[in-house]
Ligand binder design. Sequence first.
Ligand code: FES
Length: 68
Amino acid sequence: GENVMEVAHDHDVELEGACEGSCACSTCHVILDDEIFDKLPEPTDEENDMLDLAFGLTDTSRLGCQVI
Ligand code: FES
């Protein structure tokens, strides 16, 4: 399936993805609704490490390229 970053790009939504989905940047940071966030599998340690570097991190932040 396509991840959130790819879906955003398909629909011309502004969302960066500097590392093209390899979990090596934080430019695809997205802030999700609580209901959606709660339904997702837990982020991996790699994702959490990159999220810590994201600008404006929130309790419902994820990396768009890691959310399917
Ligand atoms: Fe780089 Fe998602 S595009 S972590």
